[in-house]
Design a protein around this ligand. Structure first.
Ligand code: MHO
Length: 216
C-alpha cells in the first residue's frame, strides 16, 4: 500500500488534554508540522480506560510532529491560547481537565518556561496538571477523526486508500482533512503543502487526484 505520511526530519510526540478530545484532534491536525494525530485517555491510574469507563483518566490527544517545522514551545503556546486552563475544570470529574504529559526533561523545561511566560503575559495562573511520561491509551475507533467521519461521501473516497483503520487514523492527510471539515485549515493550503511531504510520485498523484474528485 502507498504511504501518505509526510516524511519527517525528526519525530517527536506531544500529549495533552484540553476538553472533549474531538476538537483538539481537529485543531492540531491542520498544522504543517504535525505528521499524525489520535485521541485517547491519559493521566490516570485505572487500567484499560474506555470512553464509557474512563476511570480517573482525561480525554487527551497525542500527536507526532516534526520539531524542525513546529517546535514543542509553539505547540504549548497554541495549547494554552486555545482553552481555558485557568478555571477549575474538574466539575466533570477528570474527563475534561487541562493536562499535559511531557515525554522528556527537555519537554518539561519547555513547559515550565512557556507556562510562566504565558502567566506573566496574561496575569493569570495556569491550572494545567503536568505529568512526566504517563501512558496514553488510544480511544475507540469511533472517536478517531470524529468530524471527518461525519462526511459519508468523503469517507467512501478516503477509506479505500488505506489497508486498515489504523493506517487511516495515523495518516497526515486524514489529520489535515479532519481539520478542514471544522474550518481548521483550507483545502488549498493542503494541496500546496503536499508538494513538501516527500511522498512517492505515485502516492502524491493518488492524493492530488483524490482531492480533485472528493465530494463532501
Ligand atoms: N458529550 C459531548 C462531548 C463528547 S466528547 C468526546 C458531545 O456529545 O458533544 O467528550
Amino acid at each position: 500500500m502507498l504511504d501518505f505520511n509526510r516524511r519527517a526530519q525528526k519525530m517527536e510526540t506531544a500529549t495533552f488534554g484540553m476538553g472533549c478530545f474531538w476538537g483538539p484532534e481537529s485543531q492540531f491536525g491542520q498544522y504543517p508540522g504535525v505528521i499524525h494525530t489520535r485521541t485517547g485517555f491519559a493521566g490516570g491510574t485505572t487500567a484499560e480506560p474506555t470512553y464509557r469507563n474512563m476511570g480517573d483518566h482525561t480525554e487527551s490527544i497525542q500527536i507526532a510532529f516534526d520539531p524542525s517545522l513546529l517546535s514543542y514551545e509553539d505547540i504549548l503556546r497554541i495549547f494554552w491560547d486555545s482553552h481555558d486552563a485557568v478555571k477549575d475544570r474538574s466539575y466533570k470529574g477528570r474527563q475534561y481537565l487541562s493536562q499535559l504529559i511531557v515525554h522528556s526533561t527537555e519537554q518539561l523545561e519547555s513547559a515550565q518556561k512557556v507556562k510562566s511566560e504565558w502567566e506573566k503575559q496574561n496575569g493569570k495562573r495556569i491550572g494545567t496538571e503536568i505529568h512526566y511520561d504517563l501512558p496514553f491509551y488510544p480511544a475507540e475507533d469511533r472517536h478517531q477523526k470524529y468530524f471527518l467521519k461525519r462526511f459519508d461521501k468523503a469517507m467512501d473516497t478516503l477509506l479505500p486508500l488505506f489497508p486498515d483503520h489504523t493506517s487511516f487514523v495515523y495518516s497526515t492527510i486524514t489529520a489535515r482533512l479532519n481539520g478542514f471539515v471544522r474550518e481548521n485549515g483550507r483545502l488549498s493550503d493542503i494541496k500546496e503543502e503536499i508538494g513538501d511531504w516527500q511522498l512517492s510520485e505515485e502516492a502524491e498523484t493518488v492524493l492530488r487526484d483524490m482531492l480533485q474528485y472528493i465530494r463532501w
